[in-house]
Design a protein around this ligand. Structure first.
Ligand code: KG4
Ligand code: ZN
Length: 348
C-alpha cells in the first residue's frame, strides 16, 4: 500500500501528559508541536486530574501554532485524527472532544487512532532527508511508559502483538528505578544521561524467566529496590557514591531483557526488517544495541528520529492517513478507550 496521498490531516495527541498537534500533507509532516506538562515533576509521576486540566488549557494554543507553522488555515484541512487510547481517561477525553467538535463544525471526517499503533507508524513518516521507509513485514519493539510490545506489522499495515509485558512496562522500570534513586519524573532520560558515567556491569540482576515472547519487569524493580535497601543499610551514602554505576547497571539490565526476547522474536518470525518505537526508543544504549543486533542477525534496522520517539501528534497523523486510505472513519459516538486490551475486537 502506498502512503503518499495528498491529504491535509490535522492530528491531536493527548493520551498522557503531552498535548500535541500536527499537520501532515500525506506522509510528510508540516508541523508537529508538543507541549509537555512540567507540573507533574513535583509529584514524582503523572497526576491524572492535573493532566486533563493542562490539556484543556493547552489544546487550543497548540493546534493554533501547528496550523500556523504549517502555513494552513482550518478551511484547508481534509480530516481530523486523534488518539482514542490507550491512556488516561481525562486526558483522552480532551483530545477526543476537541477533534469531534472540529469535525462537526467543519464537516470533516473524524479518525480515531490507537496510540500504540501510532508509535509504530511513526516509521512511515517521510523525513526531509528522504530516508527509505521500512519494508513490510516489519518486526517492531514498542517500548513506552505504559506498554512493552513486540509487534508484527503485516503488508497491509495491520498489526499483531506477538509479545507483551505481563506486569510493568520497560519505561516504568526506568521511571521507578529513577524514583528510588531520588531522581525527578520522568526518570528514563536522566538514567540514560547518568549511565554514560557509570559501569554497566557494577551490579547484576536476575533475568526474568517468562514464557514465549513475553516480558516481565517487576522482578527487576524489586531486585533493584532490595539492592538499594541492603547497601544503604551498610552505608547511608551508597546511592550518592554509586549513582552513575547504579544507572548504568539498571539501564544495561532493561536493555538486555528487551533485546533477548526481541532476538528470539526475530528467529521465530523470520522477519528481516526490524524497528524500535515508543518513548524508551530514545534510550541511547537501546538504540546502539538494536543496531548491533541487526548487524548480528543480518536485519535492516529502523530507529525513529528523536522527535518521533516520545509522544507526538505526527505519529497520530500518519496512523490516521492509513485509516483514511482504508476509509475507516469514526462517528460522533466514538469514545476514548483507556486500556490496550479493550481495543481488541472494537473499532472506533
Ligand atoms: O511513549 P512515551 O512518550 O509515553 C507513553 O506512551 O508512555 O514514553 C514515555 C516513557 C517514560 O517512561 C520515559 O521515562 C521513557 O519513555 N523514556 C526513556 C528515555 N526517554 C524517554 N527511557 C529511557 N531512556 C530515555 N532516553
Ligand atoms: Zn506513547
Amino acid at each position: 500500500m502506498k502512503l503518499e496521498v495528498e491529504l491535509f490531516i490535522l492530528a491531536i495527541e493527548s493520551s498522557c501528559d503531552d498535548t500535541s498537534a500536527a499537520v501532515l500533507k500525506g506522509n510528510v509532516v508540516l508541523s508537529n508541536v508538543v507541549s509537555s506538562q512540567d507540573i507533574h515533576r513535583q509529584y514524582g509521576g503523572v497526576v491524572p486530574e492535573l493532566a486533563s486540566r493542562e490539556h484543556q488549557k493547552n489544546i487550543l494554543p497548540v493546534v493554533d501554532v501547528a496550523l500556523r507553522e504549517a502555513g494552513l488555515s482550518l478551511k484547508e484541512i481534509n480530516a481530523v485524527a486523534f488518539t482514542q487510547g490507550p491512556g488516561l481517561m481525562g486526558s483522552l477525553l480532551v483530545g477526543c472532544n476537541f477533534a469531534k467538535s472540529l469535525s462537526l463544525a467543519l464537516g470533516l471526517p473524524l479518525i480515531a487512532v490507537n496510540h500504540m499503533e501510532a508509535h509504530v507508524m511513526a516509521h512511515f513518516i517521510q523525513t526531509t532527508e528522504g530516508k527509505a521507509l521500512p519494508e513490510l513485514p516489519l518486526l517492531c519493539l514498542t517500548v513506552s511508559g505504559g506498554h512493552t510490545q513486540i509487534v508484527l506489522v503485516k503488508e497491509d499495515f495491520s498489526m499483531d502483538v506477538i509479545g507483551t509485558t505481563i506486569d510493568d512496562a520497560a519505561g516504568e522500570a526506568f521511571d521507578k528505578a529513577a524514583k528510588v534513586l531520588g531522581l525527578p519524573y520522568p526518570g528514563g532520560p536522566l538514567i540514560d544521561q547518568m549511565a554514560a558515567g557509570g559501569n554497566p556491569h557494577a551490579f547484576t540482576f536476575p533475568v526474568p524467566q517468562v514464557p514465549e515472547l513475553n516480558y516481565s519487569f517487576s522482578g527487576l524493580k524489586t531486585s533493584f529496590l532490595y539492592l538499594l535497601k541492603e547497601k544503604v543499610g551498610e552505608n547511608p551514602n551508597f546511592i550518592e557514591e554509586r549513582k552513575y554505576d547504579l544507572c548504568a547497571s539498571i539501564q544495561h539490565a532493561v536493555v538486555d531483557i528487551l533485546l533477548r526476547k526481541f532476538r528470539k522474536a526475530i528467529l521465530v518470525s523470520g522477519v528481516k526488517h526490524i524497528a524500535l518505537a515508543g518513548g524508551v526508543s530514545a534510550n541511547s544504549l537501546l538504540r546502539k544495541e538494536m543496531l548491533r543486533l541487526g548487524e548480528e542477525m543480518n536485519c535492516e534496522v529502523y530507529i525513529p528520529p528523536m522527535q518521533y520517539c516520545t509522544d507526538n501528534a505526527a505519529m497520530v497523523g500518519i496512523a490516521g492517513l492509513i485509516r483514511c486510505k482504508n476509509r475507516i472513519y469514526s462517528t460522533m459516538d466514538v469514545r476514548p478507550i483507556t486500556r490496550y486490551e479493550n481495543f481488541l475486537g472494537l473499532d472506533g
